[in-house]
Design a protein around this ligand. Structure first.
Ligand code: AMP
Length: 434
């Protein structure tokens, strides 16, 4: 494997990389960086965890630095599109770290927060805009941002952006980019829609695939646990209490995420949820708490989870099985990162068997299975989801800040007692909120 110097990176970048503890490039970095510095288009098939962010950030910083140019207000020189706010923030963070001292300015543009601050940054002049498609288009339509003179265009996690319904927004954005730009398309999977996009967008691209589209990192130990749907909560508690480390719990709906959080808090497990209904500030607080180990468990929906870059996650728990195999691959890829081992445990009830079959077909792996015979416990229903004033704050007692009123707790469900009878309407409300 070559070292970073062999990739023709400038001294300032080499110093910054050494400061951050990167001693040698990852496969995608070694494969992509020289071509990107030479101005080639790229199709990168790589999941997060492969080092793809640095693979596109490093040459971008160097190229922008070398082709000196005065910052033009509201017209960035490079545009990176990513599916979620979290990923945008993480990319900007990476750009700042790798480009320290090089004078390249970047900013994140995403929805869910006021636009004023973002607009003010853009109008001061930035080199790189990292944006989610919706907010970017919004600002473009308000004529607050122009992308007609960008030199480099990156689509990160393109498959996910399509999954999230950004296809039309992407078309509208692409249409307004100049023809002579350098384009980089990154995707963890390669469905036909991405193949089509690559053919349309890329000019004789270099293609780098660091792992086959649907393969799972060897470092991730997978397990399926069959259980009844109303036993999942007890199973989750058992795993969290018996296993150390940071645990990311996935649900397929916001309601399911809220219910899991409620249950864990009732059982004195400090946690928080990140999903589309949560305020940006709240999501960030939970994320910081999780990264700092102030909360051990983070509950997330798929939309919120994409791009979560936390190397120490030891367990991913699929509380609900995902609807597609690609999502399964993305979810479990949150663990086993940066050389660490990880475990991915998926709960599967009877209604999810067809999803499991689909996943196994695509990933072409036999996943070890276990059965859990628990007992039904009283689990939160929608009406019990109390509005919390505040999520846990690092340094404060989690149980004090993140707890709910004990007097509102109810007696445990008896074995065999019907979930539906106690919480009528639960299934309907779940459907509505999906
Ligand atoms: P990414 O695939 O871009 O999400 O990166 C995954 C993780 O690998 C991040 O935590 C990076 O900080 C880390 N990383 C990226 N490149 C390297 C490298 N060459 N050496 C060590 N760690 C790296």
């Amino acid at each position: 494997m070559p070292n970073f110097k062999d990739l023709n990176l400038c001294d300032e970048l080499l110093i910054n990389l050494s400061a951050v503890g990167y001693h040698e490039p990852t496969e995608i970095q070694a494969g992509a960086i020289p071509h990107l510095l030479a101005g080639k288009d790229l199709l990168g098939i790589a999941q997060t965890g492969t080092g793809k962010t640095a693979a596109f950030c490093l040459p971008m910083i160097q190229k922008l630095k070398l082709s000196s140019h005065t910052k033009t207000t509201s017209s960035p020189r490079a545009l990176i599109l990513a599916p979620t706010r979290e990923l945008c923030s993480q990319i900007v963070e990476s750009l700042d770290i790798y480009g320290k001292g090089l004078g390249i300015k970047s900013c994140a543009i995403f929805g869910g927060v006021g636009q004023k601050e973002q607009v003010s940054l853009i109008s001061e002049g930035v080199d790189i805009v990292v944006a989610t498609p919706g907010r970017l288009l919004d600002l473009m339509n308000q004529r607050l941002l122009r992308i007609s003179s960008i030199e480099i265009f990156v689509l990160d996690e393109a498959d996910r952006m399509l999954d999230m319904g950004f296809s039309e927004d992407l078309d509208a954005i692409i249409e307004r980019t100049p023809d002579n730009k350098q384009t980089l398309l990154f995707s963890a999977t390669m469905p036909t829609s991405i193949e089509r996009m690559a053919t349309r967008l890329l000019d004789r691209p270099i293609k780098i695939q660091v792992r086959p589209p649907s393969s799972i990192a060897d470092r991730i130990k997978q397990k399926i646990i069959f259980c009844k749907s109303n036993h999942k909560y007890q199973l989750l508690k058992k795993i969290i209490k018996s296993e150390a480390g940071l645990t990311l719990v996935f649900t397929t709906s916001k309601l399911s995420a809220d219910k899991v959080v409620e249950y864990l808090l009732q059982n004195r497990i400090a946690t928080g949820a990140i999903h589309a209904d949560k305020k940006q500030s709240e999501r960030e607080r939970h994320l910081t708490n999780f990264k700092n180990n102030a909360i051990k468990v983070l509950v997330a929906t798929d939309i919120a989870s994409r791009g979560l870059d936390i190397d120490q996650v030891t367990h991913v728990i699929n509380f609900d099985l995902p609807l597609t195999a690609e999502t399964y691959v993305h979810r479990i890829g949150r663990t086993g990162r940066a050389g660490h081992e990880g475990e991915a445990i998926s709960f599967c009830d009877e209604s999810e068997m067809h999803l499991l079959e689909k996943i196994k077909r695509v990933i072409k792996q036999d996943i070890p299975t276990e059965k859990f015979e628990g007992k039904a416990e009283r689990v939160p229903h929608e009406g019990m989801l109390v509005k919390r004033v505040k999520a846990p704050t690092p340094g404060k007692s989690q149980e004090k800040t993140a707890y709910l009123d004990h007097s509102k707790r109810q007696k445990p469900l008896e074995e065999g007692e019907s979930q539906k009878r106690i919480h009528p309407g639960f299934r309907n409300s779940k459907k509505k909120r999906r």
